[in-house]
Design a binder for this molecule. Structure first.
Ligand SMILES: [Zn+2]
Length: 437
């Protein structure tokens, strides 16, 4: 059977930006037609996508799937169900599971479980060091043979600078990107939110911007020293943005991501000790938020990732200083990011670059809409308004600060390998402004 996506605007930056119909056969994009062009086949499923935008399948480069080991927070199945509901056709899974993905056995388990499910694709990141403890290198080459696309000790920094130098050099040879969780632990000093007036008035211990930017500056220096690429995760401070902007101007091989909460919220939103506003790095000041937005606009920040970090109620329903760091993000990331487009800060093309093309480039996969390319597609309904309702999340965890948040635009349909893996209820009235999903 063929599938025809009818009447949509197709946007694949650098390739297509016009009204086209797309024919999908088996796993692949078979043809791209003018809207009035007929084909003679009879057995065709039509997807009416008028008013919608078809883009290359979105990729979330920073996701915690929690399985193996923390299935009470999220399983690969619930995480990938959340991913496709969020419009993501692929995710890069962080290795801080239990056991840690620091060997090929765990890598193979994650990939085979994802393949069984046939939802979003998973591209695992392996640990840099054994158990992400920072002491001894993990079996990176074995994991690469098994399918990892990057390495990171995310959740922990690589504290030893010489270890980081070795890893950058080794992974340069393997052509494997290194994702940096930039945190100087002695400066972070056990804080639980951003250091500043808000932390002071709440009586909470603060984490200064320098805890992040010290490591960003260090790893830029190491990357320069051995001419090896480096990627910074979840950039949150103005100093980090400045350092990365300067490094890029000097031709350093640096890329970075930020997460929607850093351009949407600030530490002033942390109220009533609500632990759904606690993540690492923490929500920063208004000035930092502006710097993140500026970094997205001028291209210093290459991509947007959710840092989806599901936690159970028991992990969060404790004192703010004791609660786990992290929020879920797969099912809110696109809508929150579309606000940048609706506000005229980014073009739709720039957003697609940051949520599909650049992440694909980083992990070395193809993301084009062309005849013969894999039919991994996201169809976006750009204009529908709704309020975020965590009760509807497919994720096992509901730890979001965006409860009841008004947003505009959401995924309409997600297609992976030519198969529809998610579609919104087509009968919903498109003019249901301000109603729940
Ligand atoms: Zn991290």
């Amino acid at each position: 059977m063929l599938i025809r996506i009818n009447g949509a605007h197709v946007l694949d930056p650098g390739n297509i930006d016009e009204k086209k119909d797309i024919i999908i056969k088996d796993h692949l994009v078979e043809a791209i037609l003018d809207p009035d062009e007929n084909i003679t086949k009879t057995d065709i499923k039509i997807i009416d996508a008028k008013g919608m935008i078809v883009v290359p399948g979105l990729i979330d480069i920073h996701v915690h799937l929690r399985e193996p080991g923390y299935e009470y927070k999220e399983t690969i199945e619930t995480g990938l169900s959340a991913a496709v509901r969020g419009g993501f056709t692929a995710v890069c899974s962080m290795p801080n599971t239990h056991p840690v993905n620091d060997n090929s056995q765990v890598t193979k388990f994650i990939i085979s479980r994802a393949n069984e499910l046939g939802l979003s694709k998973v591209y695992p990141a392996g640990a840099i060091t054994q158990g992400s403890m920072g002491d001894r290198l993990a079996k990176i080459n074995d994991m690469k043979q098994a399918g990892i696309v990057a390495v990171t000790d995310d959740g922990n920094p690589v504290e030893d600078s010489n270890m980081m130098r070795r890893v950058l050099g080794y992974c340069k040879g393997l052509k494997l990107p290194v994702f940096v969780h930039a945190e100087e632990l002695s400066v972070a000093n056990g804080g639980s939110m951003n250091e500043g007036p808000s932390a002071k008035s709440l009586g909470l211990k603060g984490i200064p911007n320098a805890a992040e930017s010290i490591m960003v500056v260090r790893d830029i220096a190491l990357s320069k020293l051995i001419d090896a690429p480096v990627h910074f995760c979840h950039v949150s401070t103005k100093e980090s943005v400045q350092a990365i902007r300067q490094a890029k101007k000097r031709g350093a091989k640096v890329t970075c991501e930020t997460a929607p909460h850093y351009f949407t919220l600030t530490d002033e939103d942390v109220k009533d000790y609500n632990t759904n506003f606690k993540m690492n790095p923490p929500l920063r000041s208004k000035e930092d938020r502006q710097a993140i937005i500026q970094g997205l606009i001028d291209g210093t920040i290459d991509m947007i990732a959710s840092d989806h970090a599901p936690h159970s109620i028991s992990d969060k329903d404790v004192g703010f200083d004791k609660a786990a760091f992290g929020i879920v993000g797969l099912e809110t990331s696109l809508s929150l990011s579309l606000k940048l487009v609706h506000d005229g800060l980014l073009t739709m093309e720039e957003l697609v670059n940051k949520m599909a093309k650049q992440p694909a480039k980083l992990i070395g996969i193809n993301r084009d809409i062309k005849p013969g390319s894999m039919a991994d597609l996201t169809i976006i309904d750009p204009d529908v308004s709704y309020k975020i309702n965590p009760e509807l999340f497919k994720s096992k965890s509901k730890n979001t600060p965006f409860f009841g948040f008004k947003v505009k635009g959401k995924p309409f349909l997600t297609m992976v390998n030519g198969k529809i893996v998610y579609q919104t209820d087509e009968n919903l009235n498109k003019k249901r402004d301000d109603k729940d999903e």
